[in-house]
Design a protein around this ligand. Structure first.
Ligand code: MN
Length: 241
């Protein structure tokens, strides 16, 4: 069976160029899926394109335009790609409504949360007193801070541990968790490190970068195999989100 997993590409507005790290592609392949790299397309195409996929991976990258969660930009907001924002938000909404398995990584987790009605701290320092170093200078494959995984969550089922050391390359964090989602992991400073959708076969967001770690620590491949396994399951009927 050929399980097509759409993987969103980043878009550099200045260089006019789409790109995606090899690490996402190889993780999906190793997990048994066939990655299809999706450039930012007109948002009206999102649902049609998603219908050809069995799963969706929202990759990491820059910041969402805070207008999408009803805020003016604060000085902490970084690089924004309007084309990427509009397409990924449409894809995320379609995946939630159409019950298509979706994994959001880093920025992808923020996209899932905002698509479902949640908000984001434009910069960690705005919401967290004495935050840990969440933008590590250690190599990508190296875990630098712990997360506590909440028991009974999908994430706990995937990793089978309650505490895990993860890498960290973010300056933003989920603020208000979207209706229908729950927190499945937090860092010791209280920063939300994973969320998941309740009434959905597989709607998982993680703040860390498992694609950067699985080659050295195979436990992190579990997120991709869980996505592909869910993608291989029966499609559920449309649901109101
Ligand atoms: Mn972190």
């Amino acid at each position: 069976m050929c399980l097509l997993i759409g993987v969103t590409a980043a878009f550099d507005e200045e260089e006019d160029r789409c790109y995606l790290s090899r690490l996402y592609v190889d993780a999906v392949v190793r997990a048994g899926g066939v990655p299809v790299v999706l450039p930012p397309l007109p948002f009206e195409m999102a649902a049609t394109v998603l219908d050809q996929m069995r799963g969706l991976l929202l990759s990491g990258g820059g910041d969402l335009d805070p207008a999408y969660f009803g805020e003016e930009p604060l000085s902490g907001t970084g690089k924004v790609s309007p084309r990427r924002d509009v397409f990924e938000l449409a894809l995320a909404r379609a995946a939630l409504i159409r019950q298509v398995p979706v994994l959001g990584i880093c920025r992808g987790m923020q996209v899932l949360n905002v698509a479902a009605g949640g908000t984001v701290y434009q910069d960690l320092v705005l919401g967290v007193k004495q935050p840990l170093k969440h933008f590590q200078e250690a190599p990508r494959w190296y875990g630098t801070h712990h997360i506590e995984i909440h028991p009974g969550t999908k994430l706990a089922g995937i990793f089978n541990v309650s505490r895990l050391r993860v890498n960290s390359f973010h300056h933003q964090a989920v603020h208000r968790v979207a209706p229908g989602f729950r927190v499945s992991a937090v860092a010791p400073d209280g920063v939300i490190e994973a969320i998941e959708a309740g009434a959905h076969p597989f709607g998982v967001g993680v703040q860390f970068h498992p694609e950067g770690m699985w080659e050295k620590e195979s436990v992190f491949l579990g997120l991709f195999t869980a996505l592909v396994a869910a993608a291989g399951g029966k499609r559920r009927p449309l649901e109101k989100w």
